[in-house]
Design a protein around this ligand. Structure first.
Ligand SMILES: Cc1ncc(COP(=O)(O)O)c(C=O)c1O
Length: 315
């Protein structure tokens, strides 16, 4: 029997029970959900709309404590690229835990970390990797974005950051300042100063009332104009940050021609181009990194291989 056999049979069981379910799902509250509501803060997001008590998962399936099986379209906000409990992932974690490796070394190196860095650099586009450095941040994606912003501001001695309508970069004060959705930030105050929002080419939200190629052209023209007009009110930016595919904003891929245009503009104006690939990187779009299809080379990439990382290259 291979290590895969029990996993395959667990998946087959969940699949059979999911497709065999003919009755309506029961979503009545449970004592556990009541306790969650009483004890956890109102800042919890998904449980307020999806009242589920999940006890088991395999592959794409999750099962609640009533035995009802669902396809998990959340997949940990896209972090479970191999699904729940993939045998390769489970085996690697078990092997590491039983091998006596130190459980915490701050940022001192270990053979596992060294192997990880080697592998990541081998996978990065060679143009980017040849002069790149990696910074391991905290456990969250927002930590990587914060690091990328601090790095750009420090390196260039400028404050202004260009971000995009519909962007999502995290829930810290700094990353909320760079995010489009007003809900979580409108009553906060004290957000980062110097953030300028620009239009992301999306036909349903185009501020110019255009779509397709025209929307791309208008957006690029607008940005060029802002950066070269001495009356635009925007001081020299340290960085431009964007998601190669906007995730929380609606899963909107950036058109290749637009990305190439942004790369030209940022190069012409000496602006650090940060691509936030926390949700769309590491194989989720077909290539390992979503920006590869456009052929551009960014200056900084934020990634989320847990702990998160900012990888930058020197120009
Ligand atoms: C593009 C992007 N950047 C940053 C973040 C923040 O990551 P975290 O929730 O781990 O802080 C997210 C999270 O969904 C994201 O989608």
């Amino acid at each position: 029997m291979s290590v895969f056999s029990p996993i395959m049979s667990a998946t087959a069981d969940l699949q059979r029970r999911h497709s065999g379910l003919r009755e309506r799902y029961c979503l009545d509250t449970t004592p556990l959900l009541q306790r969650q509501m009483e004890r956890e803060s109102n800042a919890r997001s998904y449980p307020r709309r999806i009242p589920l008590e999940l006890k088991r998962a395999q592959g794409i399936y999750v099962e609640d404590s009533r035995g009802q099986v669902y396809i998990d379209c959340l997949a940990g906000a896209g972090t479970l690229a191999l699904g729940h409990n993939h045998p390769v992932t489970v085996e690697a974690i078990q092997r590491a835990l039983s091998s006596g490796v130190p459980l915490h070394t701050l940022d001192l190196s270990t053979p596992i970390k060294d192997a990880f860095v080697q592998t990541l650099f081998d996978l990065l586009p060679s143009d980017f990797a040849k002069n790149a450095r990696i910074q391991f941040c905290g456990p969250s994606g927002a930590d990587a974005v914060e690091a990328a912003i601090k790095l750009s501001r420090t390196a260039l001695g400028q404050q202004t950051i260009l971000s995009f309508h519909g962007a999502y970069h995290g829930m810290t004060l700094g990353t909320l300042s760079l995010s489009g959705n007003l809900g979580p930030k409108k009553s906060l105050g004290g957000l980062l100063a110097g953030v300028q929002f620009l239009p992301y080419p999306y036909s349903y939200r185009c501020p110019f009332g255009l779509s397709g190629e025209q929307s791309i052209d208008a957006g690029l023209h607008y940005i060029r104009h802002l950066l070269s007009d001495p009356e635009s009110g925007i001081t020299q930016p340290a960085a431009m940050i964007l998601e190669t595919v906007q995730g929380e904003g609606g899963v909107i891929p950036a058109p290749e021609r637009w990305l190439q245009g942004l790369r030209n503009i940022t190069q012409e104006h000496g602006i650090t181009l940060i691509l936030d690939e926390i949700q769309c990187g590491i194989g989720r779009t077909g290539d390992l990194f979503a920006f590869e299809q456009s052929g551009i080379t960014p200056d900084v990439i934020t990634l989320d291989p847990r702990p998160s990382a900012a990888v930058c290259r020197s120009r």
